[in-house]
Design a protein around this ligand. Structure first.
Ligand SMILES: Cc1cc2nc3c(=O)[nH]c(=O)nc-3n(C[C@H](O)[C@H](O)[C@H](O)COP(=O)(O)OP(=O)(O)OC[C@H]3O[C@@H](n4cnc5c(N)ncnc54)[C@H](O)[C@@H]3O)c2cc1C
Length: 467
């Protein structure tokens, strides 16, 4: 290799997968690497359109508050652009109806702001901004088939058709079905240990017309629970539509026959969604998606990894999507990658790979514990039910019961579920006292917290959008 070639390799990072995680990773890498190439096997649309490589993109997606904040930090102005394109900003405690373990979380105005939009719109907005960054190239229709490495260092990727692309750093963002562990095995590295939890869920999704202001909410989230294993996620999206996803276990999945789909919603906790979809005009036929297992790849436990290998997004950890954590966890991981790069890039031999995986495990921990802890309440779900999980689940059951009356407890839950505070917030003395004191609904009304008028608030959001 000539010195020019070797310096150009040192300046080059490759991101495999040009979806949400890959685009955010490329944004971060562009601060350190003069050349960043994103490779995706799909032909990526320039407009917000569904595509083959992201079949889950047709189902309800919402962006949690922390994800929204990081998107804005990394790509300033993206929120305003998305809202201009029809995305719906939402106060997640006031504009969204939450049923947790059968309890309706009491609504009030809050600082927990999320963004509701279809996944193709979110991806297209990120992609147009990342594609415009100096030094970033997006190559589409390119299938990566493996990695290359020499003397313990990543040296590039192999592409279908025998081409290789040299690079000093490679980020695997190939999503749920990724082959990162197999690619590492081809280079002689042991596959990472995996945590796997099978929740056995099926999603069915249908879109409806949304008449702004006709409902006093912008979304309905119904958590499935052992006593009632039917759940739902319904969120407003751009284009004046509702995206409605019904969730069931695989032995009794939500139907995809029109009519039967709407009837199934009668099984949900709460009547709001059932009533709404029986009144609204459907605009698509229902479609189905089988949720694969939640898989967490424990790269931080690998004894050996090639320096310059990173995994981020669903390829590192994919969850039962019930809590809408995927895009936000990818954003938080990208932010951690930026922190690691600032402390020393791979070209400086600074142990970047080990530092990244060690720290990102803490990022993933929170989301993983929330989702898997909930999944393990179902007796048919296999997994380690530690004493900690059992105690925490009993405490959360009580918390949800109290949050039906006490808005401060509901705010604590949503703040943690949106990653605005760590899980310790739920057991802080103030919250714990309210939870333990509030053993029945009558004694738990929040002192001083005013119940907002949700109809007015949702209508105001719609008015802002029309303006
Ligand atoms: C039904 C469902 C609902 C969800 N709802 C939410 C929600 O409400 N909120 C939320 O935050 N998250 C949600 N998620 C999770 C969210 O969709 C993902 O976490 C997020 O899209 C990040 O994915 P990713 O970029 O890691 O991977 P993906 O989006 O899966 O993208 C992987 C990319 O890699 C490309 N690729 C794969 N293999 C190769 C290869 N060999 N060579 C080249 N390219 C390759 C693919 O074409 C694709 O573009 C949901 C997920 C599902 C399944």
């Amino acid at each position: 290799m000539t010195s020019t070639e070797s310096s150009s390799v040192a300046n080059h990072a490759v991101v495999i997968g040009g979806s949400i995680a890959g685009l955010l990773a490329a944004r971060v890498l562009s601060e350190t690497f003069p050349h960043v190439t994103i490779l995706d096997r799909d032909e990526l649309p320039t407009r917000p359109e569904h595509r083959k490589g992201v079949p889950h993109g047709r189902h309800t997606h919402g962006l949690l508050a922390m994800g929204y904040q990081i998107f804005e930090d990394l790509l300033p102005g993206i929120g305003a652009d998305l809202i201009a394109d029809g995305a719906v900003p939402a106060d997640l405690q006031n504009d969204v109806i939450w049923y947790n373990e059968g309890h309706l979380l009491r609504r009030t105005t809050s600082d927990v702001g999320g963004l509701l939009a279809s996944r193709p719109l979110i991806e297209a907005a990120i992609r147009s901004r990342v594609a415009a960054l100096p030094g970033v190239e997006i190559r589409t229709g390119v299938q990566v088939t493996g990695l290359t490495a020499e003397r313990g260092h990543i040296t590039g990727v192999r592409l279908a058709g025998a081409e290789t692309l040299p690079a000093r750093l490679v980020v695997d963002c190939t999503g749920r079905g990724n082959r990162g562990p197999a690619w590492l095995a081809e280079l002689g590295y042991a596959a990472p240990p995996e945590d796997v939890v099978k929740a056995g869920l099926i999603y069915s999704t249908r879109e409806y017309e949304r008449v702004p202001g006709a409902q006093d909410f912008l979304g309905v989230i119904v958590g499935h629970r052992p006593g009632n294993p039917y759940g739902a996620g319904c969120l407003a999206r751009e284009g004046g539509r509702w995206l409605v996803t019904l969730v069931g276990l695989d032995d009794d999945p939500p139907p995809i026959e029109p009519g039967a789909f709407e009837a199934y919603a009668a099984r949900l906790d709460g009547h709001e969604l059932h009533r709404m979809i029986n009144e609204a005009e459907p605009v698509t036929d229902p479609i189905r998606f089988r949720i694969g297992p939640s898989v967490r790849r424990r790269y931080e436990r690998c004894a050996r990894l090639p320096e310059g290998f990173i995994a981020l997004g669903d390829s590192l950890c994919c969850f039962n999507p019930a809590y809408g954590q995927g895009m936000t966890t990818a954003a938080m991981s990208a932010r951690w990658l930026a922190t690691c790069l600032k402390a020393g890039s791979v070209s400086e031999g600074s142990d970047l790979t080990r530092r990244y995986f060690k720290g990102v495990a803490r990022v993933v921990d929170v989301a993983w514990n929330i989702t898997v802890g909930n999944d393990l309440r179902f007796p048919q779900v296999e997994g380690p039910r530690t004493a900690k999980v059992k105690v925490l689940n009993r405490y959360l059951s009580r918390l949800h019961r109290v949050a039906a009356e006490d808005t401060a407890v509901g705010a604590a839950f949503l703040t943690v579920a949106n990653f605005l505070a760590g899980p310790e917030r739920l057991v802080s003395p103030g919250v714990m006292w309210r939870v333990l004191r509030g053993t029945d609904g009558r004694r738990t009304r929040a002192s001083g917290a005013r119940q907002a008028a949700p109809v007015q608030h949702a209508a105001q959001v719609d008015d802002r959008q029309r303006a």
